[in-house]
Ligand binder design. Structure first.
Ligand SMILES: Cc1cc2nc3c(=O)[nH]c(=O)nc-3n(C[C@H](O)[C@H](O)[C@H](O)COP(=O)(O)O)c2cc1C
Length: 168
């Protein structure tokens, strides 16, 4: 059994959280994992916030269309990218996924909530007093899971090919 791939395959989005706080040493380790993500030309064009205050969580939740459950999360990671960096989106998505997997390794659930392309991206940035050179890429509410929904995945053969594509 491979611990890394087992953690990756056991992950599911979690939108229902226990009120238990997430320990500081875990938050710190997860942030370390975020900053170890690959970035184009190693520019690391990101700024990652950790929101734990209930009032702020509620305000962020209220700005989103499909992220109302952020209000009940123990915390929310907010991933911002430097908008003038060519690959900020790819880089910040890599950091986001690192955070998700690191959380999963501690038994903490999370759910990627869209930020980039959303009309509320600017309002979240303003609320958190983040400088204008950054733009919101993703929101990651997290906490110990109260409930987990299992989504069906496409079959491996349907979405992969080796060498050249022979499908119809
Ligand atoms: C870019 C992106 C944006 C997403 N935005 C939302 C969102 O706004 N609200 C939400 O509840 N889930 C959101 N999700 C989570 C997806 O709905 C979820 O990953 C998908 O249904 C598959 O389920 P799984 O994560 O359990 O495998 C988003 C995921 C990605 C990758």
């Amino acid at each position: 059994m491979n611990v890394g791939t087992t953690i990756i395959k056991s992950r599911h989005s979690v939108r229902s959280f226990k009120p238990t706080p997430v320990e500081d040493h875990i938050i710190r380790d997860v942030l370390e994992c975020a900053r170890h993500a690959p970035t184009a030309m190693n520019h690391q064009p990101w700024l990652i916030g950790v929101v734990r205050e209930k009032s702020l969580l509620k305000e962020i939740a209220g700005l989103t269309d499909h992220g109302k459950f952020i209000a009940d999360a123990a915390l929310c990671f907010t991933i911002f990218g430097e908008r003038d960096e060519k690959y900020y989106l790819e880089d910040c998505c890599a950091a986001t996924e690192n955070i998700i997997i690191a959380l999963q390794s501690y038994g903490i659930g999370s759910c990627w909530v869209a930020g980039d392309k959303k009309p509320y991206a600017g309002a979240v940035r303003t609320l958190l007093k983040v400088p204008e050179k950054y733009t919101l890429v993703s929101l990651l509410p997290a906490g110990y899971p109260a409930d987990i929904a299992l989504m069906k995945k496409k079959d491996l053969d349907e979405v992969t090919f080796f060498e050249t594509y022979e499908g119809g």
